[in-house]
Design a protein around this ligand. Structure first.
Ligand code: ZN
Length: 435
């Protein structure tokens, strides 16, 4: 196959996936997952309507064919075919004629962003509605005119779709990487996250031979999808300690990251290190709070997975959030590529964070006997301020089955990649064993 640059591939898939009508359930989600299968070998899992998942129930499948409002002259003044944001996601079918006063509470617009069509959903109570720009509202609607309103949708017993890819590395210890696929035509929230996740997964697959950890990569509808997956794979998910929830990383604004629920967890420090190493000093820090995305489910009491999120124009924060202006003029493939490169670095560092136990806890091993005394003595390793000898001595001292390599790297001020390299040598010599 002809070599296509990463940025161009991101651009191709942005354009391909952007127009699809996604929701918490439905054919648009399946179509999205099938397109992602061109990038990575995803499994598409289906969970039937009505399945009990913890305190929730898998909802009905939603299908929409059309939706419009016609004025008294029969002209379409709102048309789902022009933007899938025009119909409130998960709207039930309707068809009637009426004056504005009879349906005014079903029309949504944003006075402060008069060109934008807002994004609205009505998932857990059966309702309907239309979303339009404030400019169009002023232009097309008046009190005395009669309108015809039509939504051709269907809610039926079907299933909820989740994309899953498991990549096994040397250890069965898994990391979670999750993104959500329930948003229709908006690029930063959430297409940016979907594509960065897919291409990060592709990168992990290409580097599979080197991976120390295993990876569980998920594409779920937000909240209900995460809960459905957790309920169906509870035992396996309980064993995961860390993860990434990838979203809103394609904007033009500053980089930032949302911390995992335990502020002192290594993943937060590791992300900050990665920013600084990449020359990004002025990144934003969002301390954990319960609002946000699926980290709330993954970090809930029964699971407590520490999930962080790198953002470039974080949800809630950018003015186009949840509107039609979150489009492909706002999100460019080159921004996605920058975020993807950061995520690759973060994951490759996370991957090397292994917990070892020194098999010789009584006194120090005789380094020269194991051919471990560095030939260069205490020479400083390139790109750091420590020597191989210092790293080895610290690993031997701290690797007690609890202290991980990241913690050791912090104690001595060396990059985890260097500490990992020396630890691997000690493991090969039979001095360290993995916990
Ligand atoms: Zn959103």
């Amino acid at each position: 196959m002809e070599y296509v640059k990463l940025k161009e591939q991101l651009d191709i898939y942005l354009k391909k996936l952007f127009p699809i009508t996604r929701s918490i359930t439905g054919e648009g989600n399946r179509e999205t997952l099938r397109i992602l299968q061109e990038i990575i070998p995803l499994q598409i899992l289906e969970f039937p309507t009505g399945q009990k998942v913890f305190d929730w129930t898998v909802p009905k499948e939603w299908h929409i064919r059309d939706g419009w409002i016609k004025n008294s002259r029969g002209e379409k003044i709102v048309d789902f075919q022009k933007s899938n944001l025009h119909v409130v996601s998960y709207s039930k079918p309707i068809h009637f004629r009426g004056r504005l006063s009879e349906f005014r509470d079903k029309i949504h617009y944003l006075e402060h962003l008069p060109d934008a069509i807002p994004y609205r959903t009505s998932y857990y109570n059966e309702d309907w509605g239309f979303c339009i720009s404030y400019n169009d509202f002023q232009k097309y609607f008046s009190e005395n005119e009669e309108y015809e309103l039509y939504i051709d949708s269907e809610l039926f017993d079907g299933s909820l779709s989740i994309g899953e890819l498991r990549i096994s590395g040397k250890s069965e210890k898994e990391y979670l990487i999750s993104s959500y696929i329930c948003h229709p035509s908006m690029a930063n929230d959430s297409l940016s996250g979907v594509l960065v996740t897919a291409f990060l997964a592709k990168y992990l697959l290409e580097n599979r031979e080197k991976l120390e950890h295993s990876y569980r990569i998920l594409f779920v509808p937000e909240t209900i999808g995460a809960i459905t997956y957790l309920a169906n794979f509870q035992k396996e998910m309980e064993k995961i300690d860390n993860g990434l929830v990838i979203t809103t990383c394609g904007g033009t604004g500053k980089f930032g990251y949302k911390q995992s629920w335990e502020k002192d967890n290594f993943i937060n420090q590791l992300i900050e290190d990665t920013f600084r190493e990449s020359g990004i000093e002025d990144f934003l820090i969002y301390p954990f709070d319960v609002h946000g995305s699926d980290e709330r489910q993954y970090s809930s009491q029964g699971f407590r997975i520490n999930c962080a999120t790198i953002t470039k124009d974080k949800y809630y924060e950018y003015p186009y959030y949840h509107t039609s202006l979150d489009n492909l003029d706002f999100v460019l493939a080159e921004n996605l590529e920058k975020s993807l490169e950061l995520y690759k670095k973060v994951v490759m560092k996370m991957d090397k964070n292994i917990v070892y136990r020194n098999r010789y806890p009584y006194g120090e091993v005789m380094l020269s006997k194991h051919d471990l005394y560095p030939k260069t003595g205490g020479a400083i390793l390139p790109g750091s301020s420590v020597s191989a000898l210092e790293i080895i001595l610290n690993i031997l001292f701290y690797a007690d089955g609890e202290c991980d390599l990241f913690e050791i790297s912090k104690k001595i001020g060396a990059d985890i990649e260097l500490v990992y390299r020396e630890a691997k040598t000690l493991e090969e010599k039979g001095i360290l064993e993995r916990v």
